[in-house]
Design a protein around this ligand. Structure first.
Ligand code: ATR
Length: 285
């Protein structure tokens, strides 16, 4: 079945520049295989200057793709070039998931859904406190702020080294979102039930600063969007201090679900074997 699966089914892509680090082909390839569906999902590197032409060929059907994922640095341009971006991607000004329907290019952003689905799976009740601290104000924090707000949190504190970026996000996402400089971290952690690291601190073996999580609410959960390593230095510290932790791998897996369903017609499930497959790949590199 393998050859015919790839030859005859819908074709989807992940595009970025570079894109070879992407684990999305492994994820979608696993689902195509285990659900025994025809189709292919491939990494497709496109340089920034060639991206508009790539989207033109997607729209006119000449590329043969039904849609795909978009990663750095194309998320903003893909959003602007889409015919019908949904409300989530319009507020973010960025998309990570595109699909064609009757020649119309639709766009959404699934990172926020990936974030909440991961916590729902691994730590049900994570949202009951209604107060969150989001550490970092880069591109990755936006979808998380949006998702936490849409989940009904009443206070969202964005803390960032460059406070101007935190203020930009507070302005974008409305009155529940408050901006703070890094020095305010201990203060805003008081009583919060969710701490999310969206900074690159501790990624790929980098040293992370010492953080004191004890001001958080007693039943608070700490999560990180970085998944290499799986237990980041920030998560390790939180665990040592007695807090439950949720790693970032599930966000990557769950954000892939809506796209797969659009392109290949069946809703896939994030299971333990998929998680193990990606962990093995991370460990091999
Ligand atoms: P992404 O789009 O992946 O979120 P980014 O836009 O480069 O990446 O943002 C990285 C985040 O990590 C930012 O919040 C950044 O803080 P600044 O806005 O002040 O740059 C944060 N970050 C990176 N290195 C940091 C460090 N050494 N100390 C504190 N924050 C850091």
């Amino acid at each position: 079945m393998d050859d015919s699966r790839e030859t005859f089914g819908p074709k989807a892509f992940v595009t970025g520049f570079p894109v070879k680090h992407s684990r999305s082909p492994l994820i979608h390839g696993y689902w195509l295989k285990t659900l025994d569906l025809p189709g292919s999902y491939r990494a497709h590197e496109v340089a920034p200057e060639a991206f508009a032409d790539f989207i033109r060929r997607l729209k006119d059907g000449s590329s043969g793709f039904v849609g795909g994922n978009v990663t750095i640095p194309h998320k903003e341009l893909a959003f602007r070039l889409a015919d019908n971006p949904d409300a989530l991607s319009r507020e973010l000004g960025a998309t990570n998931t595109l699909w064609l329907e009757d020649g119309v290019l639709h766009a959404t952003n699934t990172d926020g859904r990936g974030f909440t689905a991961n916590l729902d799976e691994r730590h049900p009740g994570w949202d009951r406190h209604g107060i969150a601290v989001i550490f970092g104000a880069g591109g990755a924090s936006r979808a998380i702020i949006q998702a936490v707000r849409d989940r009904g949190f009443k206070e969202i504190h964005v803390v960032n080294r460059t406070v101007k970026r935190a203020h930009e996000l507070a302005d974008r996402f409305g009155p529940k979102v408050h901006a703070h400089p890094a020095g305010a971290l201990a203060e805003v952690m008081k009583g919060a039930g969710l701490f999310v690291n969206t900074t690159s601190l501790g990624m790929d073996g980098e040293v992370a600063p010492k953080l004191d999580f004890t001001p958080l609410a007693a039943e608070a959960v700490v999560t990180d969007i970085v998944y290499v390593p799986l237990k980041t230095p920030i998560l390790a510290q939180a665990q040592e201090q007695g807090f439950p932790i949720v790693d970032g791998l599930g966000m990557l897996l769950h954000q892939a679900v809506p796209g797969f369903e659009k392109w290949f017609g069946k809703r896939p499930v994030v299971d333990a074997a998929l998680r193990a497959l990606i962990i093995a790949d991370v460990e091999a590199h």
